[in-house]
Design a protein around this ligand. Sequence first.
Ligand SMILES: Cc1cc2nc3c(=O)[nH]c(=O)nc-3n(C[C@H](O)[C@H](O)[C@H](O)COP(=O)(O)OP(=O)(O)OC[C@H]3O[C@@H](n4cnc5c(N)ncnc54)[C@H](O)[C@@H]3O)c2cc1C
Length: 404
Amino acid sequence: MAAGKDGGPVLVVGAGPVGMTAALTLRAAGLPVLVLEAGARDRVRPGSRALFVHRRSLRLLERARPGLGTRIAAYGTTWRTRRTLYRGREVFAQTFPRASGDGATDLPAFTSLRQVDTERFLHEACTEAGVEFRFDAEVHEVRTDGDGVTVTDRAGESWTAGHVIAADGARSGVREALGIPLEGARSDGYHVVVDVADPPGGDLPVERVFHYEHPGTGGRTVLRVPFTGGFQIDLQCRADDPPESFGTEKALRRWLPRLVGEDCAHRVLWVSRYHFLRKVAASFADPSGRVLLAGEAAHLFPPFRARGMNSGIADAVAAAEAVSAACSEPSRGPATVAGYASARRSAALYNSEAAGAALDHLRPRPWKRATQRAAAALSPVVPRCGEWLEHAPYGPRGGPARGY
Ligand SMILES: Cc1cc2nc3c(=O)[nH]c(=O)nc-3n(C[C@H](O)[C@H](O)[C@H](O)COP(=O)(O)OP(=O)(O)OC[C@H]3O[C@@H](n4cnc5c(N)ncnc54)[C@H](O)[C@@H]3O)c2cc1C
């Protein structure tokens, strides 16, 4: 199979989960790959961030590098119990049977681990697969023509390739250099996300808990998600909450113990504040069909139902397959890349719409809040009301059929 331009490597910009997945998929197709990364080699990216890795992503990773999906699943946590509470009262609970493998591959329906751990597994797999990395290389110029693409970093060094997969995240320098706008909106208010380590020798229940209008936070909604070694608390603040009321370390010392116990302060691993963004790039490829955008370089979604990283992994695989097909049959390259851009942009638009439905539930208008309240009151006698309260915060399920 032909390699990139003049036998050189395909370039991937960004060594986040999406860039590394693209690199592994390109290597699986026999192509040489160079990943250009702005950060330093020894950087540590903190925090749980994208916790859920869905089975579909595990399968894609397993295909790109046999053993990788299994390793990630074995390290992560798959909880079997999920509960929903409304103002301190349980309205829904479900525990799944233990066997969660899918038979064919024994990969679980999902696994939960901190993004920093997922990235560690990906980086190890890339190294084993012969992916080359160039750190301290922040790309800020991109020139394309019919033959290829040249990218230049801030130090003035340039690289030329037949194709570039841009996986350089939310503030993508490649997207900016190409002048491709992100279209969409940012929601009011912010979320505070906190990672708390499990207590030493502690035996906490491994369950996901969604709590509407938690009494310990003045009625703000809280999600608690376990991961290997601890759990993540996601507090949804109101549009008019000033950051100092919940989002600072001092504020955290006030409200976190009410949720997880007095002894938690020294177990806090990471705190971050973020706004919900719902944005999709106007195009997922440049007009010459040489640069493909993937992951957060191409779209930003609120995290509920874990659309961000999981759909980014799907982008990465699709982009790498398109580049690989374009290298095999150069005359069809532009059409193949256009097919990628169109398919993954429609998937992103679907995800954005689904995330919008989740947001409408999470930031309810008065009539929706009244419906939620009524459903909570009815849930002891009408179980479907509890089920609705459990499912609605994540929006509609986006399966592979809808291009997730
Ligand atoms: C505070 C926070 C909380 C989050 N919580 C969740 C969550 O709960 N659930 C969820 O699903 N998702 C969550 N996310 C989003 C999740 O982290 C992203 O979906 C995921 O990281 C996207 O992966 P990516 O590879 O596309 O981009 P990134 O992980 O951002 O990786 C991009 C890489 O490109 C590098 N880079 C950037 N610019 C350049 C350049 N010009 N040249 C070269 N390299 C460059 C960066 O250094 C980085 O290594 C959260 C994100 C944040 C910040």
